[in-house]
Structures are given as structure tokens and as C-alpha cells.
Ligand binder design. Structure first.
Ligand SMILES: Cc1ncc(C[n+]2csc(CCOP(=O)(O)OP(=O)(O)O)c2C)c(N)n1
Ligand SMILES: [Mg+2]
Length: 359
């Protein structure tokens, strides 16, 4: 596998749509690791479906579904080591679960409580970015700080195809190229940015080739192939840790659901287009592969699904048992020391709410 690819290079694929692998191309993964990846994928899918139901029942706020992105998300997070940093965006459930983030906390956040994004000690995971592409310069800053402090960790950052049209994308990647920071940029190219199709996002033939303009390698991989994503992220991380600088990985996938629960994708894309991506499902592919290797069967798959369903129900109960967000919570989790202007806003909001309640 060569990551030194720019224009017209073939997309890297290891596990094809029929669940067959290209001999010799598989990344080194122990049977227990492959089973673990499958378990996280099933958990991500089960947790995602539950979140959509909770939103429809009025028990969760607006939610961005991860359906179809499981291989991108899990494949990106799986090769990380504890000293690495992860800068996610709003469509990253599988990455959170891979890194060991509690599902109850993730739900708690989407239920409208910022406290849910607090990261457990020892996990270098930053808050998911809602402002598109704003996490990219943050990831570059973290990698630069690690370099200055002579730390070994690399900073991995994820974002969508739409983010590549933002100034922050250019500024971040340009800076990373100039300072050869230990960054791995992973674009989940899911073909849509709300209602804007990939064809209207950029005239570049691929997103991967944009890396060439910043002076570092870019590679396009099948984002529904978890083995290809792991292999490419591993190689990029190895290079970053060895001082070889950043890499851009374009993981080609598809947003199987609506943009969020506030969106109706039937207004701007056809059912045929969505249907065409169904056979490329990342979970189905991995299931066939594991069975062919004798690592799973119908009974073990049922066990994995039952365990995921139980874990999801437990996480929902835990998230819903927590007290509702307070005004203080709205302000509490951004700064260690609150700036005076923000403290003033908090006081103002509390006074306004009090006046409102008194009317
Ligand atoms: C700076 C900024 N501009 C606009 C928005 C509104 N917005 C939210 S998601 C989104 C599209 C993102 O598309 P993409 O980057 O492809 O990610 P995807 O949702 O497809 O995973 C937009 C425009 C925003 N959140 N932040
Ligand atoms: Mg997109």
C-alpha cells in the first residue's frame, strides 16, 4: 500500500463488497481485535437507531445519525494509542465508543446537557465540533504543542466533505504542512453536506488530492471497508510519530440517513441513490469476513447483538436518571477560568429568567 497518492490513484480497498479480502493486504489484527471491532460496530449501530427513536419520542434533542459511517469512525479511532489526541466532529459515535467513551455520557450530551461531553481522565478526546471544520486548526495546534513539548502523541482529526470548503480546513492543513506536525486528517466523504452534493462542494477530482497542495501525502480509501481505514490510519500514524509529518485520508462513504433529525433528505436526493449504497454496508461486509475466518457464527452474532441492546438500554436509563441541565451548565464546560464577558452573560441570563418567572 502506498499513501503517496494524489490524482487518479485507485481507491484503497481491502475488504470488498462481498466480504472477500485482497490476499496479503489485511492489516495485522488478532482474532480478538477483529471480534472487538465487530462488537463496537454493532453497538454503534444499535445505539444510533436508539438515539433516533429517543428523538422522535421527545427524549433527545436534534441528533446526527452515524448510520453507514461505522467503518470510517471505528477504523479511524481503533489504531490510536493512549498518548494520541482525537478531535471529532458531530458525526462520530463509533469513534467515541472505540475510544471507550461512556455511551451514557454521549446520550446525555445529545439530550441537551453539555456536561455529557466531559472527557474521562486519561482520554485525550476533545469535545465534538458542531461549527463545521473548527476542530481542524485545534488538532494542528495540539500536534504543534506536542512537538514543542517533545511528546510522542499524534493528533487525529475527523470532518466531513463539507468541511473541506471552509477556511479552517485550508488554514489547518497549510499550517500542518509547513510545520510538519504529527497530524492525521480523516475526511468522511459521505457525498452530502446537508443538501449540498459532493459535486457542488469541490471541483477537485478527489478530496485526497488536496493534500498535494499542502505538501504532504493524501490517500483515498473505501470508507465502508474497516480494514482499509485501519491500514491507512495506522500507516499515517506511524509516519506522523516518526516525524514524517501529516497525512490526509479521504474515506469514501455514504450518509445513509438524513443529515440530522431536523432534515428531510427525500427533498433533495433520490431513493435509488440511497439504495445503491445498501450492498456496500460496512457491517455486513465485516460479518461475512469474520464468518469466513471462523471467528463468528449465527449464535455468537446473536450474543453480540443482545449485549449491545442491553448496553444501550442501560446507557439510556443512566443518561435519563441525571438531573436536567442548569443555566450554569450552559457556561461551565468551555473555559477553565471563565472570562469576565461570559460571566456577565451568565448573570444576565439568570436575571432575565428570574424576571420572566416573576411575570
Ligand atoms: C461554520 C458552520 N457553518 C454552517 C454550519 C451548519 N452546518 C451544520 S452541518 C453542515 C454540513 C456539514 O457537512 P459535512 O462536513 O459534509 O459533514 P456531514 O454532516 O456530511 O457528516 C452545515 C453546513 C455549521 N454547523 N457550522
Ligand atoms: Mg458530508
Amino acid at each position: 500500500m502506498g499513501l503517496e497518492l494524489t490524482t487518479k490513484a485507485p481507491m484503497l480497498q481491502i475488504l470488498d463488497e462481498e466480504g472477500q479480502v485482497r490476499p496479503g493486504a489485511e492489516p495485522a489484527l488478532a482474532p480478538a481485535e477483529l471480534r472487538r471491532i465487530y462488537e463496537i460496530m454493532v453497538l454503534a449501530r444499535t445505539a444510533d437507531a436508539k438515539a433516533l427513536k429517543l428523538q422522535r419520542q421527545g427524549r433527545m434533542g436534534t441528533y446526527a445519525s452515524s448510520l453507514g459511517h461505522e467503518a470510517c469512525q471505528i477504523g479511524t479511532a481503533f489504531p490510536l494509542r493512549p498518548e494520541d489526541y482525537f478531535f471529532p466532529y458531530f458525526r462520530d459515535l463509533g469513534a467515541y465508543l472505540t475510544l471507550g467513551y461512556p455511551l451514557a455520557d454521549y446520550y446525555h450530551y445529545w439530550m441537551g446537557n453539555e456536561a455529557g461531553l466531559r472527557t474521562p481522565d486519561g482520554l485525550n478526546l476533545f469535545a465534538l465540533a458542531i461549527p463545521v471544520a473548527s476542530q481542524i486548526p485545534h488538532a494542528v495546534g495540539a500536534a504543534l504543542a506536542a512537538k514543542l513539548r517533545k511528546k510522542t502523541g499524534a493528533a487525529v482529526c475527523t470532518f466531513g466533505d463539507g468541511a473541506t470548503s471552509e477556511g479552517d480546513f485550508h488554514e489547518g492543513l497549510n499550517f500542518a504542512g509547513v510545520f510538519r506536525t504529527a497530524n492525521v486528517f480523516v475526511c468522511y466523504n459521505n457525498q452530502w453536506a446537508i443538501s449540498t452534493p459532493r459535486s457542488r462542494q469541490t471541483a477537485s477530482e478527489t478530496i485526497a488530492q488536496k493534500a498535494g497542495a499542502y505538501g504532504f501525502p493524501g490517500v483515498q480509501v473505501d470508507g465502508n471497508d474497516v480494514l482499509a481505514v485501519i491500514a491507512s490510519v495506522r500507516e499515517a500514524l506511524d509516519r506522523a510519530r516518526a516525524g514524517g509529518g501529516p497525512t490526509l485520508i479521504e474515506a469514501v462513504t455514504y450518509r445513509m440517513g438524513h443529515h440530522t433529525t431536523s432534515d428531510d433528505a427525500t427533498r433533495y436526493r433520490t431513493e435509488e441513490e440511497v439504495k445503491a449504497w445498501e450492498p456496500r454496508d460496512p457491517l455486513r461486509r465485516l460479518r461475512i469476513y469474520l464468518r469466513s475466518r471462523g471467528l463468528s457464527d449465527e449464535a455468537s452474532e446473536k450474543g453480540v447483538l443482545d449485549a449491545a441492546t442491553n448496553a444501550v438500554e442501560k446507557a439510556v436509563a443512566e443518561a435519563e436518571s441525571r438531573p436536567p441541565a442548569t443555566v450554569d451548565d450552559l457556561f461551565a464546560y468551555t473555559y477553565k477560568n471563565m472570562p469576565p464577558a461570559l460571566a456577565e452573560q451568565r448573570t444576565g441570563l439568570k436575571e432575565a429568567l428570574k424576571a420572566e418567572a416573576g411575570r
